[in-house]
Design a protein around this ligand. Structure first.
Ligand SMILES: [Zn+2]
Length: 337
């Protein structure tokens, strides 16, 4: 099947009470690792590209790599999503350049301005049958060039979400409930206290509407131990336990973003490979080990999020039909009706 949007993925995920894994892609091995895991688990997937990934690998390379993954896995529903689009122009360039989903992140702007910017992206995206994720509230942490200190982060205000969704027409909403970006999420003794009360309140305001959780890597300690064992350095740090993500999925979370855990799995595998094979110099050898490690990590998340075996149930509409339905107002999310 061609690239799909997340519209039907989220509808099915809502009915089935599970969430779709959204993994960041930066090169061929990562695209292959994620989609190989998906194929084995028969799971729909969102491959997402950040501004940093586009700067590193080039937009065209990333789109062609994802198209290659589709050609190799014709039965898998795969969406190509822009992660943290900073402005209208970046979103437009991804919509024009073959993406099926974009995020506009104007969460650092005042509420009314966030609505204005998001609405503009939504109008352009929907004309092209593309879906839009927006954000309310600000996550702490580091993701590419988005850096937010803990003091500057803020939880989503549940009283704002229904108005925001209604006025912008966005298709999914990222909220801030205490997860954070990057590897250094939580120090010892400050284990995550996700604000499930904020999540519950948000879900009540927009029942049935897909909620997105960013910064949801678990930073598995076994990867950190492996990295240290084979010569790397890592300060003590903790991520969001998988059990807390699973709990959040019970309250409307339909998309879970993972990036750091892939980086850790691949780095641990490469470091191990070099120590055990000091004479190695063929990138195929150590990247193969890294790719295999990413497959195992992704598989474990698919199973935890409950989306394994769901691929065949998704029968997505072509973008042209999506655009038509949006223009007729059929797909617009109705809030509180
Ligand atoms: Zn994010």
């Amino acid at each position: 099947m061609p690239l799909v949007t997340t519209k039907e993925m989220f509808e099915k995920a809502y009915k089935g009470g599970y969430a779709i894994g959204a993994f960041n892609v930066n090169n061929m091995e990562i695209v292959q690792g994620i989609t190989e895991a998906c194929a084995e688990e028969k799971a729909p997937v969102i491959l997402q590209v950040s501004k940093g990934a586009r700067a590193y690998a080039n937009h065209n390379y990333l789109v062609k790599l994802v198209e290659a993954a589709i050609a190799c896995n014709p039965d898998l529903p795969i969406a190509l999503h822009l992660d943290h689009g900073p402005d209208f122009e970046t979103c437009k360039s991804c919509i024009d350049g073959g993406f099926t989903s974009v995020m506009i992140d104007a969460s650092s702007k005042p509420f009314e301005e966030n609505i204005e910017i998001t609405k503009r992206v939504v109008e352009y995206a929907h004309e092209h049958g593309v879906v839009v994720e927006a954000e309310l509230g600000t996550l702490a942490g580091v993701e590419d060039d988005v850096k937010v200190s803990a003091e500057d982060s803020s939880y989503t205000r549940p009283e704002e979400v229904a108005e925001f969704v209604e006025k912008t027409g966005c298709d999914s909403l990222a909220i801030a409930i205490g997860t954070s970006h990057g590897a250094y999420k939580f120090k010892p003794g400050t284990n995550p206290q996700l604000r499930f009360d904020v999540l519950h309140e948000c879900e009540k305001m927009i029942p049935g509407f897909p909620i997105v959780l960013h910064g949801s890597s678990s930073v598995p300690q076994e990867y950190l131990e492996e990295i240290r064992k084979y010569g790397g350095q890592f300060r003590t740090t903790y991520g969001v336990p998988v059990e807390e993500i699973v709990e959040a999925i019970k309250y409307g979370v339909r998309k879970v973003n993972i990036d750091t855990d892939i980086r850790l799995a691949m780095t641990a595998a490469i470091r191990k490979y070099f120590v055990e094979n000091p004479e190695a110099f063929d990138p195929r050898a150590y990247l193969k080990a890294a790719r295999a490690a990413s497959v195992e990590m992704c598989k474990s998340r698919y199973i935890a999020f409950g989306c394994e075996g769901q691929a065949s149930k998704i029968k997505p509409l072509p973008l042209s039909e999506m655009a038509l339905l949006y223009s007729e107002g059929v797909l617009r999310q109705k809030v509180n009706d």
